[in-house]
Ligand binder design. Sequence first.
Ligand SMILES: [Zn+2]
Length: 124
Amino acid sequence: MTDTAATTRQRDLDEIRRQVESERDRLEQELARLKGAGGNGSGREAPFHEHPTEHAGEMEEHERLQAIRENLQQMYSQCNEALGRLDRGEYGRCRSCGSEIAIERLRALPYATRCVPCKEAGRE
Ligand SMILES: [Zn+2]
């Protein structure tokens, strides 16, 4: 057995990469599906106005979808950023102090760019 801490960490990072990649694929599909569902800006005005209450409901639905889409879009960007950092070998290092971010933290939050102490100290 020649498993060093470094190779163990590398294996964990590979696992996280697969996790992030499948998450990105899922988000991609989700975003495509939401686009297909309409509600992208002023593209689809509802032709019926006889039911003002229903219309108000649609507006809420529209805003809800918009919020979901923005959230998904943000998560999608975070996935891509994380994958970019993995490619550059920067992944898993704290952006503030440069120390390794605990693998448990990365598992729970694959897009974390700061270690817990820096995060808690509010360091940039
Ligand atoms: Zn740090």
